[in-house]
Design a binder for this molecule. Structure first.
Ligand SMILES: [Zn+2]
Ligand SMILES: [Zn+2]
Length: 132
């Protein structure tokens, strides 16, 4: 519960202006409750009508640079880095295929070894059976 700064009536829930820090019920804030919930992160920058229309020019210009944010050089640099990462991954693909082939060769070697072992085992069995 709080008192609306504008109409001085008690309200269950409302909006607090981030500039004058006064609290308003939703009708006086000029926003619906649902609309306010949808603001998300912008709640942290919500201003009451008085503060919004108040022409404090230095504040207004600084606000403009924050809100009208265009992709900066930093963003482009990030994109470039991501792209070069992807390019690196793609260029390492032949290497990856080569190592997979090596593994496959190793596996077939192991299979050969296994059959050789079986041969040895069989001959050992033969030796065993022949000695008995
Ligand atoms: Zn009110
Ligand atoms: Zn305000």
């Amino acid at each position: 519960m709080f008192m609306c700064y504008r109409c001085n009536s008690e309200a269950r829930d409302g909006v607090q202006c981030t500039m004058c820090l006064n609290r308003f019920d939703f009708p006086c804030a000029g926003i619906t409750e649902a609309g306010y919930r949808k603001l998300g992160d912008r709640k942290a920058t919500w201003k009451c009508n008085t503060c919004k229309t108040g022409t404090a020019s230095p504040n207004l210009s600084s606000e403009k640079t924050v809100q009208g944010r265009v992709p900066s050089y930093g963003d482009l640099e990030n994109i470039r880095l991501e792209l070069s990462k992807i390019t690196k991954q793609i260029s390492s693909l032949p290497q990856l295929i080569a190592s997979v082939k090596t593994i496959q060769a190793d596996i077939s070697d192991l299979k050969d070894m296994k059959s050789e072992m079986l041969d040895v085992k069989n001959s050992l069995n033969h030796v065993h059976t022949s000695t008995y």
